[in-house]
Ligand binder design. Structure first.
Ligand SMILES: Cc1cc2nc3c(=O)[nH]c(=O)nc-3n(C[C@H](O)[C@H](O)[C@H](O)COP(=O)(O)OP(=O)(O)OC[C@H]3O[C@@H](n4cnc5c(N)ncnc54)[C@H](O)[C@@H]3O)c2cc1C
Length: 407
């Protein structure tokens, strides 16, 4: 009989196991892969952006928005930071984004694996959990075959995102059987697909833009940063951040439109700015004029969209043509038709409703001694280290609660 079994050896599972281990309590991790923390290696483009200094709750999404600030608290964030301090991980911090100083995700993986060994935490790799039941106060894992028993169970199986790393959504099924409410998981931090005439033409271009999201013609939010223009639509961090809301909106039949501002640095009146810019470089055709501002592929698309000849001159345009040009330069409309699938998405939005857990311990309110960690929860972060923050934070809250019980 184990005191604690953790199903899933990802970021949240390993953290909860490390923190749960107290004295001679028996802690076991069951991981389907040949080793724990496989996903960590591909995070942050192999560098692992494991935390972010800016913990404003606007960086998080949940269908219970009012509960976010009860979990992302100053104290909980301090706890995450001290956990990494205690592991001896020195951060390299860029604009608030934390990476290990080695710039290698494997540092995080190795340090955590060493901590498991140091604390004598047992790990069974290549172990697929297929069934969990509870009889009286005891959880039984794979009752018809392995029959592993424990007093406390942590579910840390991740979501559907990036299934080739082992997270195939099995945790949702276990939790449904224990009557938990699952907010529909949808791909998040993912590329979006668009219905647009010039996808082939802009494919491969990258540009600093402002993307404004509209749902059923209502402005929702905007993101500033580098967009990657592709033959299916848009990619890049600012697109990923919008994708969380886009996937939810499309799922309930909302019309999702991104308006692209190609010149986000222009703060003054747009017509006046363009007139002044044109004066400064007098004698250039419109294509030449726009090429001074933008990738030439985008310049051509903008003129095509506005129906203006490349060789025309700004001063010869009618006011109506100038306004068409301004519309396409500062708010080109892109109708979003979908997102890429779970195979491409970094995370899932949705998951176990935060109303089903005790927010201070991540213990289920429905099943005593059952804890739910990481991406299984209906709490999603933007790009920038926020999703791993949720994984560490929930793992630490669980471990602290279980560890305190062992004192
Ligand atoms: C390409 C990519 C880049 C990312 N970059 C970042 C980043 O830089 N910063 C950031 O904050 N976040 C990033 N993320 C998101 C982050 O990696 C996840 O949010 C985080 O790993 C979730 O941790 P978790 O413990 O909940 O789940 P996971 O890490 O998915 O771990 C779940 C584990 O459970 C195991 N498992 C599942 N089912 C079973 C079962 N039935 N039996 C046994 N074991 C099972 C899986 O094999 C897996 O090891 C990235 C994600 C991807 C895909």
């Amino acid at each position: 009989m184990y005191d604690v079994v953790v199903v899933g050896g990802g970021a949240s599972g390993v953290t909860s196991a490390i923190k749960s281990k107290k004295g001679d309590n028996k802690v076991l991790i069951l991981e389907r892969n040949s080793e724990c923390l496989k996903k960590i290696l591909i995070t942050g483009n192999g560098r692992c952006n494991y935390f972010n200094e800016n913990q404003n709750i606007d960086n998080y999404f949940s269908s219970n928005i009012d509960l976010i600030n009860e979990i992302v608290t100053d104290n909980n964030i301090k706890m995450v930071k001290s956990f990494f301090d205690s592991l001896g991980i020195i951060p390299k911090i860029r604009d608030g984004y934390y990476y290990p100083f080695s710039n290698q995700a494997i540092t995080i993986k190795n340090v955590l694996l060493r901590e498991l060994e140091r604390k004598n935490i047992k790990v069974k790799n290549n172990f697929l959990v297929t069934e969990i039941i509870k009889e009286e106060d005891i959880f039984i894992i794979n009752p018809n075959t392995d029959n592993i028993r424990c007093k406390k169970l942590v579910l840390a199986t991740g979501s559907y995102a990036y299934p080739k790393t082992g997270s195939t959504g099995m945790g949702y099924e276990f939790l449904k059987k224990f009557n938990h409410k699952i907010i529909k998981p949808l791909p998040a931090l993912v590329q979006v697909e668009a219905n647009f005439k010039y996808l082939k033409e802009w494919s491969g271009v990258r540009s600093e833009v402002k993307l404004e999201l509209y749902e059923n013609d209502k402005f929702i939010t905007s993101e500033l940063g580098e967009a990657q223009f592709t033959d299916y639509g848009l990619s890049g961090i600012c697109t990923f951040n919008l994708s969380v809301l886009i996937a939810r909106g499309l799922d309930i039949g909302k019309r999702e439109v991104i308006k692209i501002n190609f010149l986000p640095f222009v703060k003054e009146d747009r017509l006046t700015w363009l007139e002044d810019y044109n004066k400064g470089v007098y004698g250039r055709s419109l294509l030449e004029l726009l090429e001074g501002l933008l990738n030439y592929k985008l310049a051509k698309i903008i003129l095509n969209m506005a129906g203006i000849n490349y060789n025309a001159f700004f001063d010869d345009l009618t006011l109506n043509e100038k306004n068409l040009l301004i519309n396409n330069l500062f708010s080109m409309e892109l109708e979003i038709t979908g997102t890429k699938s779970f195979d491409n998405s970094q995370v899932c939005s949705g998951g176990v409703s935060l109303t089903d857990i005790d927010i201070t311990t991540c213990e289920s309110k429905l099943v005593k001694n059952l804890y739910i960690a990481g991406e299984l929860l209906d709490l999603t972060g933007k790009c920038g280290g926020y999703n791993l923050t949720i994984a560490w934070l929930s793992g630490l809250l669980i471990g602290k609660s279980i560890g305190d019980d062992c004192d």
